[in-house]
Design a protein around this ligand. Structure first.
Ligand SMILES: Nc1ncnc2c1ncn2[C@@H]1O[C@H](COP(=O)(O)OP(=O)(O)OP(=O)(O)O)[C@@H](O)[C@H]1O
Ligand SMILES: [Mg+2]
Length: 467
């Protein structure tokens, strides 16, 4: 391993040497003091050649201004997730996602570290997927692979909270307005969005779904809006997903993970109905309905600067909020029946139902993974039970441990205590009960209790409330 022994503790360098990210550390003069195997592979520079060399000597195409390491040494400020398209020493194009951070000792910047992820293959695969989708659309407009399969009949539940959403969703299906669907993980967002598409006049058009959390910003931009030859190394003339969804619906899952600049571009598209492929001046008109979803509270995402308020207001014209399963436990018997029927057919089992004490457990469990978790729980239990009823013994242990116990608050239990102590006990009980309801999600618990998050955290410490 190549390392200046005075500079870095040995155990740490062994760790950095073997990670898959390229790590390049330069001291405050810009001289390379650490350069791991992955960095050597990415840049095509030998480790022994790099050590002791100045950054600008290693990369003649860089300058004092463009080198992220030299920039961080000057400013002391980190540069996060910078996307770079470089050609390495062998002339091979490499697509990197690089973070550069200062290393400080006693408040002084003594070095800077580049951490580079090589996403060349991810990029190639992502481009290929868009290409295949385009081919598919070209060859067979009605291919199942690009169609929504779910309909409203498959959304099971009679609870008024759900029925209200379904009723509004059916109405919304008739229009072209954007929709924002909010719901915790596993509440059925994908199901609902597909059902809307299939109930809409666009049902014979394409349904294209893209997760926004999957890829870095520039790559996502080219995937959504398309590219033209010359917009970057190796770029082709090809449409993006927005164009491919022309005449249909584009579902943008986890919208709050979309890069903030790209959110602005998406907003422009929604408002104008036109787009420009990357590196192209031609304006194209596209007729697409955008449906976006989020599994975190959109208002919280706005507060954390992860969601542009202007895009939120534009998408939120129709807002559909799917209730978590714990808020519609009355639907459990229906859902269990529905899911058992489906799973019996899929797994070729003959499970007749669930025992009454299993139902009791289901009623008291908070279901953080919602209907997906219910389905997986039933599937796991069916593998153990095979025939007859599902019994408590067939349930996973974590489920039994997390059952919510009621915390009846008896005034008698505290009335003989000094007032301060009695109030603390009452406070503990109420906080615990709220925590159980949200499966110990601090932000949601704080909301229920009407407290700022920090205050709740302070109370958890001082009242010694632990899970
Ligand atoms: N109302 C429902 N009736 C029947 N099955 C449902 C219902 N809601 C969800 N499901 C089932 O639960 C699972 C999860 O649903 P889905 O993928 O739509 O959730 P999601 O909200 O998109 O979750 P995530 O945020 O994790 O992507 C799927 O197997 C789906 O078929
Ligand atoms: Mg989903």
């Amino acid at each position: 391993m190549l390392i200046d022994p005075d500079f870095w503790p040995a155990g740490f360098s062994a760790l950095l040497e073997n990670v898959s990210e390229g790590i390049h550390i330069a001291d405050k003069k810009g001289m390379t003091r650490f350069y791991n195997k992955s960095a050597a592979l990415i840049d095509g520079i030998k480790q022994e050649t790099a050590l002791g060399k100045h950054i600008l000597e290693m990369f003649p195409s860089l300058t004092e201004q463009t080198s992220t390491i030299l920039q961080v040494l000057r400013t002391g400020k980190p540069i996060m997730y910078r996307e770079q398209e470089i050609k390495n020493l062998y002339g091979v194009p490499v697509y990197l996602l690089t973070t550069t951070i200062p290393i400080q000792v006693k408040g002084h910047v003594v070095a800077a570290m580049d951490i580079s992820q090589n996403l060349t293959q991810v990029k190639e695969l992502a481009e290929k997927v868009v290409g295949l989708r385009a081919d598919l659309k070209h060859k067979n407009r009605h291919s199942l692979a690009e169609q929504a399969v779910y309909t409203f009949d498959q959304i099971c539940g009679e609870h008024p909270l759900l029925q209200d959403v379904l009723q509004r969703a059916r109405k919304a299906a008739r229009t072209n307005s954007p929709i924002l669907v909010y719901g915790e993980t596993g509440t059925g967002k994908e199901l609902l969005v597909q059902a809307i598409h299939n109930f809409s006049p666009r049902r014979n058009g394409p349904f294209i779904s893209q997760n926004c959390a999957a890829l870095p910003a520039t790559l996502m931009e080219s995937i959504l809006f398309g590219t033209s030859k010359g917009s970057f190394t190796g770029a082709e003339n090809r449409p993006g997903l927005v164009e491919l969804a022309d005449g249909g619906t584009l579902f943008l899952d986890e919208i709050t993970c979309l890069d903030i600049e790209l959110q602005a571009k998406l907003l422009r598209f929604i408002q104008e109905g036109t787009l420009r492929r990357l590196g192209e001046s031609q304006i194209r008109e596209v007729n697409v309905r955008i449906i976006a979803s989020s599994n975190i509270d959109p208002l919280l995402a706005i507060e954390e600067n992860r969601f542009r308020p202007d895009l939120y207001y534009r998408l939120n014209v129709i807002s559909l909020s799917l209730p978590p399963l714990r808020d519609r436990r009355e639907d459990l018997p229906l859902l269990v029946d529905y899911l058992l029927k489906d799973l019996n057919a899929k797994l070729q089992c003959q499970i007749s139902g669930i025992a009454s004490d299993v139902y009791e457990v289901f009623l008291r469990y908070p279901w953080p993974g919602n209907i997906r978790e219910l389905r997986c729980t039933l599937e796991g239990a069916m593998n153990l039970a095979e025939t007859g009823n599902i019994e408590v013994a067939h349930l996973p242990p974590h489920l039994l441990q997390k059952i919510v116990h009621d915390h009846p608050l008896e005034i008698k239990a505290v009335e003989d205590l000094p007032l301060q102590e009695a109030l603390a006990k009452v406070e503990q009980t109420l906080i615990r009960s709220a925590l159980d309801k949200t499966d110990w999600n601090i932000s949601k618990t704080a909301k229920i209790l009407g407290l700022p998050r920090q205050t709740l955290q302070y109370k958890l410490q001082t009242l010694r409330i632990e899970r």
